[in-house]
Write a new protein. Structure first.
Length: 190
């Protein structure tokens, strides 16, 4: 039996303004027929449900995702499982659409499969004869988002100011981002 679900990319706009590798950081959650937070096992397997804490991911301008432990996220060759492995180079091909959908190679369709452990589901990019599946799509959260290309252009317009003003404005931007991060870390989770 195939069921449809949605994974939402929760992307904090303040994190998206950080210029290191032009990354955007976010959490994923599933809703619909399959629902729950996308968390991780200690080895970097991304899973839906099971009471796992929300995993944090960052996507760079090349479409490569890393997790909060710095592991490169990949889609395995054999069964197309989406996971983050220690020592792996982050695979490119991921993106976040203007609607907030996480996509792989232009598709927002993912597959979730029951693991047999604590009601957890692994995440895949394609169906396989070795995987009993539930189809999943990735949707955005209205509260958090990655910036659009236009937002990114506005965020980095500071580079076009005269050099003394640019340096001062960049310091103010960094201080504002530090304050936002501190507020986010002190805020109770939703």
């Amino acid at each position: 039996m195939k069921n449809f679900a949605s994974l939402a990319a929760f992307a904090a706009g303040a994190n998206a303004l950080v210029s290191r590798a032009d990354s955007c950081c976010f959490h994923l959650t599933a809703s619909g027929a399959v629902s729950g937070t996308v968390g991780q096992l200690g080895d970097g397997q991304n899973r839906i449900g099971g009471g796992l804490a929300a995993a944090s991911f960052c996507i760079d301008s090349n479409g490569a995702i890393t997790d909060s432990s710095g592991r490169g996220c990949i889609v395995t060759n054999s069964v197309t499982q989406f996971q983050c492995d220690l020592g792996s180079t982050a695979q490119t091909g991921f993106s976040i659409s203007s609607g907030g959908q996480l996509q792989y190679q232009g598709s927002s369709n993912f597959v979730a499969c029951q693991t047999g452990d604590n009601n957890e589901l692994n995440i895949y990019t394609t169906e396989s004869s070795s995987v009993l599946v539930r189809l999943a799509q990735l949707l955005r959260s209205p509260r958090f988002r990655c910036p659009s290309p236009a937002d990114q252009a506005r965020s980095f317009q500071v580079n076009h100011l005269p050099s003394s003003r640019a340096a001062l404005s960049l310091v103010h931007l960094c201080l504002a981002l530090d304050v936002l991060r501190l507020r986010q870390s002190l805020s109770p989770p939703l």
